[in-house]
Design a binder for this molecule. Sequence first.
Ligand code: SAM
Length: 274
Amino acid sequence: MNQPKEYDDSNSLQYRDIEDLVEEFPEVFKKMKGRIIDIGCGPGNITKGVLLPAVGENATIVGADLCPYMVAYAEQNYSVTNKLSYMQLDIQTPELPNNLIEKFDNATSFYCLHWCRNTKGALRNFYQLLRPGGKAIILTISHHMIFDVYSEQREDPRFSAYMQDWLKFTSPQHGHPDAEDILRNDLNDIGFKIHHCSNRWKTFTYPRMEALIDLVMSVNPFVMRLPADLQKPYREDFEKRLKDKHLPKKDYSSGCSVDCCIALLIAVFEKPHY
Ligand SMILES: C[S@@+](CC[C@H](N)C(=O)[O-])C[C@H]1O[C@@H](n2cnc3c(N)ncnc32)[C@H](O)[C@@H]1O
């Protein structure tokens, strides 16, 4: 992720999408008590604005993120004394620090696990973080057209040298029609009891093409690596590929809205008592 700029975006699609998740699973959130870890919390706006009001009154939340800029930004802008704090953590780490093991009653993770190529390793860490009886809810992208664009652009001689590790930034479930079964199997193998697991298509409507491109560029890992004179051509190439191949055919130059179809994997699962 690029360094955060500003996150006063309670109208953003991602924000509203997590609000929809809370609406779909109100009891799961309400019953979250004790200590909760929000993995891949990013800038902290959703952790504070959506998660905190949804969970049990006496719960405390620790937002965890791989990126130190995100943690610093969240600490500065979205902390709540004695309620919500932040820390740095790589959920794919092969060895969790001892002081985190079985220290959480619940775990949440929104729009983070598609960044983890080793889904099963990350989920094993969820298991380790949770106390027996602890529940988790996750939402992650299983299919997104931007991953197809990455795979096309890496063949472009202008950009390929900067995109050698493109696969690392693609959801491991992308292109797998059986994404739900793969996740179910991983959760079962680890020892979780599954309460819900689904893979669904959702359409996000952006007011204009520019809004969609701004968003995809803000999470694009390659654009900041490019020399300054290639960044605009890269953005234009991205937009052209989306229009030519991946989006419904429309005259986007007229400033019309853009429908973007994404597949989302959602699961609710529990670490059983021994
Ligand atoms: C798209 S943001 C999602 C932020 C927030 N959860 C939301 O829904 O808006 C994804 C976040 O996951 C973090 N992330 C990526 N890989 C991670 C990892 N291995 N461990 C922890 N956080 C990770 C990124 O740094 C980024 O802040």
